[in-house]
Design a protein around this ligand. Structure first.
Ligand SMILES: [Mg+2]
Length: 406
């Protein structure tokens, strides 16, 4: 007999907004927008009260203010949100030995087997109550046999509620919902399906899988399975989450600061790009130095979740300055990002103007098309012997490609 699974998906409700309300109770029940305040600022999060006016995250702040002029607008602070994100992670960790942190405000855990003693729904309910009690933040959950159905159930439960989809009830739960609720369906796929007259999940359930594959290509099968409540993707325990790192061994040991700095910046930029491409954020950065006598030192720092070059580069440079104190020749330097969670630009929207975001988007677009090394920051060109591109005249190897670790 197939073992029964019980997967919970937990998602903090309007996370940034809830944190701001926790810190200032006067903001309770008032329309609230969190984001960048400047002329070109962007909405990072907005309360339910503002949504009926058409406000949504990612929108230009200027437009949001026009749509909902009565809203209180607050400049967000990623370090505060990171602190609360860590706190909620700790609460979950103390009760569930193995869980996945899917983003700064989203978690999955496998509760299979817990039902022998408590019943999974009762356990899940108590977990949610504990998070609300201990963190002061509202959170919702969905509970079912798999990740996809649970995630959709959380969305249906919100705000500040919970939903249990019993085994065998997956298809009937999903059938009346919009196809847009299936994770993986973006606006393009959604439009394709609408053009075909497919708007609810129930319609996909009645279609042969081959038909969907014909229309949507390789994603068709996955979408069909999800529509039918089928998903066997595993929980990826938090402590095993990937880190990203890069290092460079110099052809000749060096103390050339220009060269060292340029190499650090190049590696950081490349790793940050990989974070953004993988829709990830890092909360821990470290720098490694190996001296010519093979002594190796590392220094790490906890930072607020980010994937932005302009935040990561100065931090890495600062760590390097603190670490490099032996005045010896350097043989190798390395950069590592760990504590990775899913997430996007949203967390960096508070200081960044629209133009900054557009710059990242266009740089990354070029990299997606022409490769990692096609975009070069001016600072990276400072070194005479190190650049993003291999210089055929100096005999130095190109900077090593970042590698992933499980
Ligand atoms: Mg959330």
């Amino acid at each position: 007999m197939k073992e029964k699974r019980a997967i919970i998906h937990l998602d903090l409700d309007t996370f940034f907004v809830s944190v701001e309300r926790l810190l200032n109770s006067e903001l309770q029940h008032r329309p609230l927008i969190v984001g960048g305040l400047g002329d070109r600022g962007v909405v990072a999060a907005c309360s339910y009260e503002t949504r009926k006016f058409g406000v949504h995250s990612g929108m230009a702040m200027k437009i949001a203010r026009q749509l909902c002029p009565q809203a209180v607008v607050i400049k967000g602070d990623s370090s505060t949100y990171t602190k609360y994100s860590h706190q909620v992670s700790e609460i979950i960790k103390s009760r569930v030995p193995s869980f996945e942190k899917a983003s700064i405000d989203e978690f999955y855990a496998d509760l299979s087997g817990m039902d022998k003693f408590f019943g999974t729904y009762k356990f899940a309910t108590e977990l949610r109550q504990a998070i609300i009690r201990e963190s002061g933040l509202p959170i919702s959950f969905g509970l079912s046999q798999n990740k996809v159905v649970s995630k959709i159930a959380t969305g249906e439960a919100k705000p500040n509620n919970q939903k249990f989809i019993e085994e065998g009830a997956e298809k009937s739960f999903l059938a009346p919902l919009s196809v847009r609720k299936i994770p993986l369906i973006g606006s393009k796929t959604f439009q394709t399906l609408i053009n075909l007259g497919v708007s609810d999940i129930g319609t996909i359930q009645q279609m042969p899988v081959e038909m969907l594959e014909g229309v949507l290509g390789k994603n068709g099968r996955t979408i069909w399975k999800r529509a039918n409540g089928i998903d066997d993707s595993p929980i990826i325990p938090f402590h095993e989450r990937k880190s990203l790192s890069a290092e460079r061994t110099f052809h000749k040991d060096t103390t050339n600061m220009v060269q060292l700095q340029a190499t650090l910046v190049a590696m950081t930029e490349n790793l940050a790009y990989q974070l953004r491409r993988g829709n990830k954020l890092t909360a821990t950065v470290s720098v490694k130095i190996r001296y010519s006598d093979f002594q190796t030192y590392t220094k790490q720092a906890k930072i607020a979740y980010t994937s932005a070059d302009h935040i990561l580069i100065p931090k890495i440079e600062e760590l390097f300055r603190q670490l490099y104190d032996r005045r010896l020749l350097i043989r190798l330097i390395g950069v590592k990002f760990s504590g990775l969670v899913g997430g996007n630009y949203q967390i960096n929207l508070f200081d960044d103007s629209e133009s900054m975001l557009n710059l990242y988007h266009s740089m990354d677009k070029i990299r997606n098309r022409f490769g990692d090394h096609s975009v070069i920051r001016a600072a990276t060109l400072g070194g005479t012997s190190v650049g993003r591109m291999h210089n055929p005249f100096n005999g130095e190897p190109p900077i090593l490609h970042a590698h992933r670790q499980q």
